[in-house]
Design a protein around this ligand. Structure first.
Ligand SMILES: *[C@@H]1O[C@H](CO)[C@@H](O)[C@H](O)[C@H]1NC(C)=O
Ligand SMILES: *[C@@H]1O[C@H](CO)[C@@H](O)[C@H](O)[C@H]1NC(C)=O
Ligand SMILES: *[C@@H]1O[C@H](CO)[C@@H](O)[C@H](O)[C@H]1NC(C)=O
Ligand SMILES: *[C@@H]1O[C@H](CO)[C@@H](O)[C@H](O)[C@H]1NC(C)=O
Length: 493
């Protein structure tokens, strides 16, 4: 993950001089290094008390709804008709004390040419036009976020305001229509191969984690980050940052956490599904070793080796980064990757998606004092020159939020959870980033509660790994990954 650079240098020195990183599984994630130096002015960010507005373009905005939220207004008029793409997006990321409530006093949106769609991304959506205008609209099922899309035209004139609502708001109108994501009833999420050994940081068994993927440099078998399959088109991983004024998606350049150096170019990223033995990655930016990547110039040979290892290779078509990701603090450290083609779970019988925690029930859960499992090809110690070739796994303790806070103070917030051991010794590390932290929550059904994000060094005493808390982006993940005809698998009863 990303550390503040000074902390990182200190961490490396400490770990390098012999702290016990015995069984650290390490990997792509805790990338130590340059991210903090990346220029962060590309996104115009205004901080109004605790209210954060991220403007990606003048027509794509995300508002973080804090309890100190000031009422905000979003508008559109005939000038939208002059755009090449007359689509505007406004995201309202809710918090427990401040659920967005949308009303549009000015609403000229002729049905013939335009529409305003509001969705919570999980259960409810509704399209408004003509006389049907939004009035005190809130998310269904006690969800928090609302995502608004305007398909505009020259005849549009719109002024809407968003205030803080509460659960069961008086006068609030929940989104009426039910979302119907495509679900394949012939596959199930969260099905892990059995291995009853007690895990203290050791080799995984082959295909034990059907959802686990490796992000590799294109044309190699060298991982730099981990990720997980959430449906047949989308991978969940750690955040990236988009450097230019672009739309939410980026097709050519990405930057940040897992994505730096040559991985700024999406063409240099490939995804390996059902990986187990990979080539060692010599340089994760921790030690300054820079041997060239082990490229296979003969692509037929690479395909043969992939196939002989039982794995499949995909290209990355688009990356969607959480609009509230902040590289300096690792807040909202989550992104999804759209694969170049669907994963055929029937043909690739050993691959399958992980289940996402159910909403809104899981908002309240800390998962504290439970065990969870991580897996990855990350460094087995920051002093190591390369990543292990065999997939490693480790069972960690999930800390109570109060324990996590007592170790990291203001550096952790409710989008983060601590996992590991107070005494250190075992941890995720550089190269594991973006990899899933999973828990057997129902009998034999596995859910992703976190993904590897950051930490001070690896496996140090009183410095457990910090994971992005998946529940906090559950709506955004479902909303984002519910496009390009993506098909989900059934959640087992
Ligand atoms: C960051 O961007 C600003 C504004 O474009 C520029 O003045 C500054 O030099 C940049 N800093 C770095 C480190 O590139
Ligand atoms: C129309 O919208 C544009 C862009 O948001 C804004 O600059 C302009 O002032 C608006 N015009 C009117 C008449 O409100
Ligand atoms: C908005 O416009 C796009 C492109 O014209 C279209 O694909 C999409 O279905 C429209 N969405 C709605 C909600 O009408
Ligand atoms: C499987 O992958 C490893 C690592 O890339 C490689 O060394 C090995 O030769 C492959 N196995 C086969 C049977 O090709």
């Amino acid at each position: 993950m990303v550390f503040v650079i000074l902390l990182i240098l200190v961490s490396i020195a400490t770990v390098g001089s012999g702290a016990g990183v015995l069984n650290a599984i390490t990997g792509g994630a805790k990338i130590v290094g340059m991210d903090a130096l990346v220029n962060h002015t590309v996104r115009l960010k205004k901080v109004l008390k605790d209210t954060t507005l991220v403007t990606e373009t003048d027509c794509i905005e995300t508002m973080f709804m804090s309890p100190f939220h000031h009422p905000v207004t979003f508008t559109a008029n005939s000038s939208i008709g002059d755009r090449q793409d007359p689509t505007c997006v406004w995201n309202f990321v809710g918090t427990e004390p401040c659920l967005p409530l949308i009303t549009c006093p000015t609403f000229t949106v002729p049905c013939a040419t335009s529409s305003l769609t509001i969705t919570d991304g999980v259960y409810g959506y509704e399209s408004f036009c003509g006389d049907n205008k939004p009035n005190q609209i809130q998310a269904s099922n006690d969800l928090r976020d609302l995502y608004v899309t305007l398909n505009g035209s020259k005849s549009v004139n719109l002024e809407c305001n968003v205030v803080c609502g509460r659960r069961g708001q008086k006068g609030g109108v929940v989104l009426g229509k039910k979302m119907e994501p495509k679900v394949n009833a012939n596959c199930r999420c969260g099905m892990k191969a059995n291995d009853n050994r007690i895990v203290g940081g050791e080799d995984a068994i082959k295909n034990e984690f059907p959802w686990l993927v490796a992000l590799v440099e294109a044309g190699t078998r060298q991982p730099f980050c981990g990720g997980s399959i959430i449906n047949d088109r989308f991978i969940l991983t750690a955040a990236t940052k988009i450097p230019k004024k672009t739309t939410l998606k980026s097709t050519s350049f990405i930057l940040g956490h897992c994505f730096k150096g040559r991985f700024l170019d999406i063409k240099n990223i490939e995804i390996i599904v059902n990986g187990h033995i990979l080539d060692s990655t010599p340089n994760l930016g921790v030690l300054k070793v820079k041997p060239p990547p082990k490229k296979y110039t003969d692509l037929a040979e690479l395909a043969r080796i992939d196939a002989a290892n039982g794995s499949s290779r995909f290209a990355a078509e688009e990356v969607f980064v959480h609009p509230l990701y902040v590289s300096e603090t690792n807040d909202f450290d989550v992104a999804t990757i759209l694969l170049d083609r669907p994963i055929d779970f029937k043909a690739i019988g050993k691959a399958g998606p992980i289940c996402l925690p159910e909403l809104p029930l899981s908002y309240m859960r800390t998962f504290g004092k439970r065990h969870a499992t991580i897996a990855g090809w990350g460094l087995q110690g920051l002093e190591k020159e390369g990543t292990p070739t065999i997939l490693q796994k480790l069972v960690v303790n999930v800390f109570l939020p109060s324990e996590c806070k007592s170790l990291y103070a203001h550096r952790v917030n409710r989008r983060m959870l601590c996992g590991g051991f107070k005494e250190g010794g075992k941890d995720s590390c550089a190269g594991d980033s973006g990899g899933p932290l999973v828990m057997e929550d129902k009998d034999k059904v596995w859910y992703q509660i976190g993904s590897v994000s950051w930490g001070d060094g690896c496996a140090k005493e009183a410095n457990p790994g910090v994971y992005f808390r998946t529940t906090e982006s559950g709506q955004w993940l479902r909303h984002t990954a519910n496009r390009n005809g993506a098909v989900w698998c059934d959640v087992p009863e």
